[in-house]
Design a protein around this ligand. Sequence first.
Ligand code: AMP
Length: 284
Amino acid sequence: MLVHTIAEVREQIKKWKKEGLTVGLVPTMGALHAGHKSLIDKSVEKCDRTVVSVFVNPIQFCPGEDLDKYPRTLDEDNKLCEDSGVDIVFAPSPKEMYGEGHILSNDFLTYVIPPYFYVDKLCGKSRVGHFDGVCTVVNKLFNIVQPDFAFFGQKDAQQLIIIRKMVKDLNIPVEIIPCPIVREDSGLALSSRNKYLSAEEKEYALALSKILFNIKACYDKGVTDVRALTETAYAYLNNRHQLEYLEFRDENNLEEKTTADDNTRVFIAVKIGTVRLIDNISLH
Ligand code: AMP
């Protein structure tokens, strides 16, 4: 069932709660692919009812980012959800979520701001305010849908860590279920933004997963010095790659590592042409 208003979602949730049914939420920005589908399938399997939100959240885009050209494919998304056994596709307008005028001034919106330590690094460094927008919209979705479980991909590992922190700090009664990264056979992590890549750029994009897989292979052979592991990356990069970061951090709290261990996650962001891609791998 495709629903555009908060009131309609609330009405349905109320009925389900009365019947004692469990509810799963999969928050997305749409342009659904097999990565999203893996989260949806997990929710449908685990929960009595599943809600998928499809919302290109304007307040998590920074000035100059791709808000206007972000792919919007609601008909296809709705079909994928229907075929997957989703009960509600919640696709609100920005106005439904934030009211009039929010785009013009953030001064008229209450935000959920994650701790500075979690956002002053990795994607938060170049995307200032991004995680404020993410936490705010996810918190709103939690309040609207009141899910028992919410499903997030490890593709956005910093986001997942920040959301877990928010849920813990604000005592939000939801269990966060992390889901593994879905990749093409080539290794490329699926992303709605892969649509922006030309065939040639897609070849260059393979560097991200190659770098991560190679680092994991070196770690498995016993190399733990982060500087040595980082140096292995350069063989995969050329002047078509603008490396934004390659960092080794604690899986749970994002502290920097100088020696890799089983709690380490390796994070990479690379710009190819105008397309910014991220990926990561756990060394566990
Ligand atoms: P997005 O639509 O990009 O906001 O993503 C919605 C959810 O799908 C987030 O929890 C993402 O981490 C997750 N996701 C996106 N791509 C993948 C992928 N390749 N594998 C697993 N989860 C993914």
